[in-house]
Write a new protein. Structure first.
Length: 640
C-alpha cells in the first residue's frame, strides 16, 4: 500500500519532460504532485473512518467558506471524524456542489433550514483497487499508479460527438422523408385493402402507416372516420404531432387503454370511472392470457341475465376454481401465487369504498384536503375500480353470450380506417376488440416488429395469429428493408444483439462504450457529457433509456443535481433541445439524436430472448449517436 510518507514519483508522457523553469511541464508536474500528495493523505484519513471499506470514497472537493478551506469526500455513506468528512454522494445536500459546479464557481445550496454557501476550489475523482488508491482525475489531468509510479494518462476520453453543424441548425421530422418505391406502393393501395407493415426498428413503419392514412383521407375527404391506436403515451403524442405536420386533422389518436375505456363505458352500464392503481404483474398477466377465453366460454354457458355488467368480473376473477382452470390451461406459467393475487385484488375492487360506507355522513366532512378519494394510499384504494384489462374481457364475454343466444353483441365505435402501431404489444383479447372496431369495407393498417416485443403479458405468438385475432384473413404484407433512422454501425450492432452473432469491435464511429467503476463516477461522466451537449447542440434531443421505470427514476434523481432534464415515464418527451430519462417500454416507436443506455450490465440485460429484445429496442432509438455504459461487468450480449 502506498502511503503519503513513502517515496513515489510522477512520470509525464514523452515530450513533456521539464526543459526549463516555468514551462507547462513544470506547472503540470507541480499540480499533479500536489494532487497526489493530497489524495494519499485523504485516503489515509478516510481509511481511519472506514477501515473495512475497499473503496472509502469516490470523489473529493475542496470548499472555501469565508476564510476557511476544508476537504469533503463523497463516499457510500456519511461519516465524520479524525479531521475529515465523508458525505453520502447520493443523498447529502452538499454533494450537489460536486455535480453542479466547476472549479472556481460559487454555490448556494438549500439544506433543510440552512443555506450552504461558498466556493468550489477543487474537484477530483479517485479510484481504489484492493483498498489502495490507484487513480486520480483532476482538472490538470488523470494519473494512474503503475509499478510504484504515478503515470499521466494520455489519449482521448470517450465522450459524445456532436452532430454536424448543419444538422444542429435545423429540425427534422419522420413526416418529411421521401418514401421509397416499396413504401409508396403500400401507401397507394386501394381503400379496403388491409396492410401489415413489418421491418426492423427505424425502417419507417410508423411513417408509412401514417402516410397511408393521409392518402386515404385525401381520397375520401374529411368524412373518413379514422383512428390511430398505440400502446404507449409517447408514441401517441409523436403520432399526433406527425399527423398535424402532415396536415391531417380529425383523426382520433389514442392510447389503447383510454380508447377501450371510452368504448366500454359507452355500451356497458354503470362502469366506475376510476381505474386501479395496485394491479400487480400477476393480475395483468392473468387478465391478458389467451387461456382466459376458455374461462369466459364456461361462464357464458351458466344461467344469467343476457346483459353483461361489471359484476360479471367478480364471477370470473373472484372464482378460485375458474382461475385454477385458467392456470392449468395457460402456456404462460401462471402459478398459484398469481391466482391468489388476482383473487385478493378482485376482492378489494368489489369491496365497499369509504365514501359508500360513510354515505350517511355530511358530504362536506368526507372531502379530503388534496381532493383525492378517502381510500387513496390505503390497502383498499382500489375499491370500486376497474382494471384497464377488464374492458376487452367485458366485450368478449358479451360476444360469447350473444353468440349463444343468437343475438347481436354490443360493438365498439366503427372506423373506416384503423391504424395499429407497435401491434406486437396488444394481447389477443385486445386485438379482437380492435378488429371489431373496423367498419365493413374499412382499411386496416397494422405496423410492428416482433423483435421489439418487450411486454410478456401481451402473449405475442406471431403475426399470423395477430391478424387472425383482428378478424383479418386477407391482407398484404410489406417488409420494409431500408433504415431511415440509425447510423449503419448502430443498425449492425442491433442485429448482432438480436441474433447473438459476433459483435464488431470497436463497434463503429457512431457508438461509444464507457465502463465506469461505480455509480458516482458514472453520474459525474453523464453529467459532464450531457452538459457539453446542452451547450454545443442545444436543439438536439437526448434520451437516457433505462431497462425499468424504477431505474429511470433513480438515475434522474442523481443527474438532476447537475442537469436540467425530464423524467419521461408518462410520454411527456422533449424532442427538441431536451434531455429525457425514460425506460425501454416507454421509448418504443420513438427516436432521439443521442441515446444513452446507462445500465448495459449483465444483471440488467441477461442473455435471454427478452433481454436481447429489450436491449435491441433501446439501442435502435438513436439517429446520430449511441452510448453504451455500465457500472461493473458488461452484459454478455455485448461481449465480443
Amino acid at each position: 500500500m502506498v502511503e503519503s510518507g513513502r517515496n513515489w514519483k510522477l512520470v509525464l508522457w514523452p515530450g513533456m519532460r521539464r526543459n526549463g523553469a516555468g514551462t507547462m511541464a513544470d506547472m503540470l508536474d507541480f499540480r499533479l504532485q500536489r494532487a497526489i500528495s493530497d489524495q494519499l493523505r485523504l485516503a489515509q484519513l478516510a481509511r481511519s473512518l472506514s477501515p473495512n471499506a475497499a473503496v472509502p470514497y469516490f470523489a473529493h472537493m475542496r470548499l472555501q467558506t469565508d476564510d476557511r478551506v476544508r476537504d469533503v469526500l463523497l463516499g457510500p455513506d456519511t461519516r465524520t471524524g479524525g479531521g475529515v468528512a465523508i458525505i453520502d454522494w447520493r443523498n447529502a445536500p452538499l454533494a450537489e456542489v460536486f455535480f453542479s459546479c466547476a472549479e472556481g464557481d460559487d454555490y448556494e445550496i438549500d439544506a433543510g433550514e440552512r443555506t450552504l454557501t461558498g466556493t468550489l476550489v477543487e474537484r477530483n475523482l479517485v479510484s481504489f483497487a484492493q483498498g489502495e488508491l490507484c487513480e486520480i482525475e483532476t482538472a490538470a489531468g488523470r494519473v494512474r499508479l503503475q509499478d510504484g509510479a504515478w503515470h499521466l494518462q494520455t489519449g482521448p476520453q470517450p465522450g459524445l460527438t456532436l452532430r454536424p453543424e448543419a444538422a444542429r441548425l435545423r429540425s427534422s421530422s419522420p413526416a418529411d422523408v421521401i418514401l421509397d418505391a416499396a413504401q409508396r406502393r403500400m401507401v397507394e393501395l386501394p381503400a379496403g385493402r388491409a396492410v401489415l407493415l413489418l421491418g426492423e426498428a427505424g425502417f419507417g413503419k410508423t411513417t408509412v402507416a401514417l402516410h397511408r392514412l393521409a392518402r386515404l383521407r385525401e381520397r375520401a375527404g374529411p368524412g373518413l372516420r379514422a383512428a390511430v391506436i398505440v400502446p404507449t403515451e409517447g408514441l401517441r403524442r409523436l403520432s399526433a404531432a406527425l399527423l398535424e405536420r402532415m396536415g391531417v386533422g380529425g383523426v382520433e389518436v389514442c392510447l389503447y387503454d383510454r380508447w377501450a375505456g371510452v368504448q366500454a363505458r359507452r355500451v356497458f352500464r354503470k362502469l366506475p370511472e376510476r381505474e386501479s392503481q395496485d394491479a400487480g404483474a400477476g393480475v395483468i398477466r392473468i387478465k391478458r392470457d389467451p387461456a382466459l377465453r376458455g374461462v369466459l366460454a364456461e361462464l357464458a354457458t351458466r344461467p344469467s341475465a343476457r346483459r353483461t355488467r361489471r359484476r360479471d368480473l367478480l364471477h370470473v376473477f373472484g372464482d378460485r376454481m375458474l382461475m385454477e382452470k385458467l392456470a392449468t390451461a395457460s402456456q404462460q406459467g401462471i402459478g398459484v401465487g398469481m391466482v391468489a393475487e388476482v383473487l385478493e385484488h378482485t376482492h378489494v375492487q368489489f369491496s365497499t369504498t369509504a365514501e359508500e360506507e360513510f354515505a350517511h355522513v355530511d358530504a362536506e366532512r368526507l372531502l379530503t384536503l388534496d381532493g383525492r378519494s378517502i381510500d387513496d394510499g390505503t390497502p383498499t384504494q382500489d375499491a370500486g375500480t376497474l382494471d384497464t384489462e377488464d374492458y376487452a374481457v367485458l366485450f368478449e364475454l358479451d360476444r360469447l353470450r350473444a353468440e349463444r343466444a343468437g343475438e347481436r353483441p354490443v360493438q365498439p365505435h366503427q372506423y373506416d380506417c384503423l391504424v395499429l402501431d407497435e401491434a406486437q404489444e396488444f394481447a389477443p383479447l385486445e386485438l379482437a376488440l380492435l378488429g371489431r372496431a373496423l367498419a365493413p369495407g374499412g382499411s386496416l393498417i397494422v405496423a410492428g416488429d416482433a423483435a421489439q416485443q418487450v411486454d410478456p403479458a401481451a402473449c405475442f405468438s406471431g403475426w399470423a395469429g395477430s391478424m387472425d385475432e383482428l378478424g383479418c384473413a386477407d391482407y398484404e404484407t410489406a417488409v420494409l428493408e431500408i433504415s431511415y433512422r440509425c447510423p449503419p454501425d448502430v443498425t449492425e450492432l442491433a442485429r448482432r444483439v438480436l441474433d447473438g452473432g459476433k459483435l464488431p469491435w470497436p463497434p463503429g464511429p457512431s457508438t461509444v462504450c464507457v465502463e465506469l467503476g461505480n455509480e458516482c463516477h458514472h453520474a459525474d461522466w453523464l453529467t459532464r457529457e450531457l452538459r457539453t451537449l446542452q451547450t454545443g447542440d442545444p436543439r438536439g434531443s437526448a434520451a437516457l433509456i433505462c431497462r425499468t421505470p424504477e431505474a429511470a427514476r433513480r438515475l434522474a434523481q442523481h443527474l438532476r443535481r447537475g442537469l436540467g432534464l425530464r423524467l419521461a415515464l408518462d410520454g411527456d418527451y422533449q424532442f427538441v433541445g431536451g434531455i429525457n430519462v425514460t425506460c425501454v417500454q416507454q421509448a418504443k416507436g420513438l427516436e432521439f439524436d443521442y441515446v444513452i443506455v446507462p445500465d448495459a450490465s449483465a444483471a440488467v440485460y441477461p442473455t435471454t430472448p427478452a433481454g436481447r429484445r429489450a436491449l435491441y429496442v433501446a439501442v435502435t432509438r438513436a439517429s446520430h449517436q449511441l452510448v453504451l455504459s455500465t457500472v461493473g461487468r458488461w452484459t454478455e450480449i455485448l461481449r465480443r
